[in-house]
Design a protein around this ligand. Sequence first.
Ligand code: GLU
Length: 449
Amino acid sequence: MMTGKEYVASVFDRVKQNNPNEEEFLQAVEEVFQSLEPVFDKYPNYIEENILERLVEPERIVSFRVPWVDDQGKVQVNRGYRVQYSSAIGPYKGGLRFHPSVNQSIVKFLGFEQVFKNSLTGQAIGGGKGGSNFNPKGKSNLEVMRFIQSFMTELQKHIGPDLDVPAGDIGVGAREIGYLFGQYKRLNGYQNGVITGKGIAYGGSLARPEATGYGVVYFAKHMLASKGYDFKGKTALVSGSGNVAIHAIEKLHDLGAKVIAASDSSGFIYDENGINLETLKRIKEVERGRIKEYKESHPHAVYTSAQEKSIWTIKADLAFPCATQNELDENDAKTLIQNGVIAVTEGSNMPSTLKAIQLFHEAGILFAPAKAANAGGVAVSALEMAQNSARTAWTFAEVDDKLYHIMKDIYKHTSAAAKEFEAEGNLVVGANIAGFLKVAQAMSAQGIV
Ligand code: GLU
């Protein structure tokens, strides 16, 4: 009989062979696999059933052409994807990302992470992800609508309220969700549970826009409390200025921390008085502008371009990467550690490189991996599905309270799993194991499918 270590290594070799050049996907798989070795020593039946090799292969990947006409009358072509990763514990669930960097490796890494994240929420949702290399930046509303109508004309063949329920991610916010829902409805009739992140006027849940960012901060609160810390008087860096970052900043300010820097892909703003959220929201959510413009309203703030240096060079107690994958590398980790950071909490998916995570662990820094810390978004998506099914709508306070408790439970289960498998305090190991075990049990019970 193989040991857990031998089994994991042999499956990883096959994954590398079968998915050459899918860098981000292999990175996400490697991080999870490293954590799972002791699980297979404890449950050798999962080796016999070859759970890992089955789980790492998506159930289905759909890739399709998306032709549309721009405002100049020129025909444009993008590529659309939906990865239906695992339906072991529920319908496929996960966002759509519209960004020029989207390719098969990106949607597969996101879908793989989503399987574990969704399992950690404690809700009955499987994992999926999708998107397109379409760039909404600089496009008119009508261009975005025409692209989405073409995208959904194909995607609608593969989704449904009990089958696969998409939502937003980078580049897919309230406007895009509205157009996606409209086109789905036009082709299939009104089924409000087919997509989440909907507007309140047509079946959305209160607190869904806030959920990912608030959840990240609730998770950090419990992680900090385990070492006797709280947010009062702490300084924080929050990278990004999208939906996750904005609501993380909002909740950090609520709970007494001061966020002194935020960024977009061009650079970052340092404001020693604390980032003014109203200004940031106006620039990003209303004007769809660049963070550089923050200086026009707050001349004392300092703007630094991304080429010059990263946001992680600023000294602060807490770091919240909330922008995108691999935004925090080994050098950034070294700088943060030198500057005395206490905790790093991931808001975006896979923001830290494997080497950066290793350095945080070696330095004894509290580290919260995305699949646990940012699960609040998809958790409230599942609450939106529940409200849709029940034809009801909960208050903001009800949803926020449920979110708070879900995040508390995720922290509890993640730290307990780390302890059980002799990695106390290592929440990467804890999240991977706790997320995996539920999916493995479900797969084992359902036979070879
Ligand atoms: N895109 C978000 C995530 O990374 C939310 C997905 C959802 O609500 O389905 O988890």
